[in-house]
Ligand binder design. Structure first.
Ligand code: 13P
Ligand code: SF4
Length: 350
């Protein structure tokens, strides 16, 4: 077995776009929302949104018979829905997952420029070389990867089911090759004790949360509970009252007795947190402080591209729409579907 020295696959600041959506006034938002709702209906399309996208887009998804959720439930919902046209508001791996699970459906996204740093930081050729050098390991990849990387894997997981699936593999005596998120990988390794070899990627949003600044914030809000997505660094996870996927964070906010929450994940989630818990207070966990600076500053620049204007353009401009259709090469999709189906079947039976 040859060994491969893994370079650092975290993104440099220059690789992270500084995307800031234009703020719309109330009248513009209402016009766009009405037009988008009518066009979705005319197209027979269902809108499926992630918790991190613009709050208006989340509300539109729910108001038009679509769905807002974490990445696992988005995949399941798109697959089960009878609509033949899906509009996925999120990042590209979410649109690709929908297409892989339902190749017969047409899947659009408001823009195909909505990428994910974990996906960018796991190039298929380098990953194939890494996997080939460790053939004795079961390959488990996070859903935040390209179709080509999924096609090289044995299992796909999301943060909603990674702990259960890796525990199951550990119980079967399997050694794991994990990609791409190193923080989530370390967290799962620490929780399960599984033998895991980790890829070196990170999420540009969660990687910026700072433990020392969080300790300082807790001095100001000593009664607050800390909610953390496990893509965050280990020192931040160690301070959490609850750790989990976006849906687990939403559940914990409702169940925990505290009135104030410091939340270490993308700030898009605050829309749903505040809707569901009107009496509670939610504060962004610090991404800067003590000389540190943030680039994404608790908001994923690619998720931010899913704004009303891009959704309106997608539904109004047929040339633009053609450029926003998700395409997954058939043989890659068929191979990538195997580990995705395995994940969904595991979830269903556990
Ligand atoms: P969830 O699977 O928890 O929704 O997370 C997706 C994601 O991209 C987190 O950064
Ligand atoms: Fe990817 Fe991070 Fe954005 Fe989630 S928040 S989509 S992991 S870059």
């Amino acid at each position: 077995m040859s060994s491969v020295t893994l370079p650092d696959f975290t993104l440099s600041p220059a690789q992270v776009p500084l995307y800031r959506p234009r703020v719309l006034d109330d009248a513009e938002r209402e016009v766009l929302k009405a037009r988008i709702a009518a066009k979705l209906e005319a197209l027979g399309a269902v809108l499926i949104a992630h918790y991190y996208v613009d709050g208006d887009v989340q509300d539109l998804a729910e108001a038009t018979g679509g769905f807002v959720s974490d990445s696992l439930e988005m995949a399941r919902y798109g697959h089960r829905h009878t609509a033949q046209t899906l509009v996925v508001a999120g990042v590209r791996f979410m649109g690709e997952t929908a297409k892989i699970l339902s190749p017969e459906k047409t899947v659009y996204m408001p823009t195909l420029e909505a990428e994910c740093s974990l996906d960018i930081g796991c190039p298929p050729a380098a990953f194939a070389e890494f996997a080939a050098a460790h053939e004795d390991r079961t390959v488990v990849v996070y859903a935040n990867t390209s179709a080509a990387v999924k096609a090289l894997s044995d299992w796909v997981v999301t943060s909603s089911c990674a702990l259960e699936i890796v525990s199951h593999l550990r119980d079967s005596g399997e050694k794991i090759l994990w990609a791409p998120d190193q923080h989530l990988g370390k967290y799962i390794q620490q929780q399960t004790g599984a033998d895991m070899l980790l890829w070196s990627g990170a999420c540009v949003v969660h990687d910026e949360f700072k433990a020392q600044a969080l300790r300082d914030m807790l001095k100001v809000y000593p009664d607050a509970a800390v909610l953390v997505h496990p893509e965050s660094p280990a020192a931040v996870i160690a301070m959490a009252d609850a750790v989990g996927s976006t849906s687990a964070i939403i559940k914990a906010a409702a169940q925990l007795p505290q009135e104030t929450f410091i939340v270490a994940t993308d700030r898009g989630i605050f829309h749903k947190l505040r809707q569901l818990n009107p009496g509670k207070r939610f504060i962004e966990a610090p991404t800067a402080g003590q000389g540190a600076q943030c680039r994404s500053c608790a908001h994923c620049p690619w998720m931010a591209m899913n704004e009303l204007q891009s959704l309106d353009r997608l539904l109004s401009d047929t040339d633009y729409r053609a450029s926003c259709e998700i395409q997954v090469e058939r043989s890659v999709g068929e191979r990538a579907r195997v580990p995705l189906d395995r994940m969904l079947q595991f979830q269903q039976s556990h």
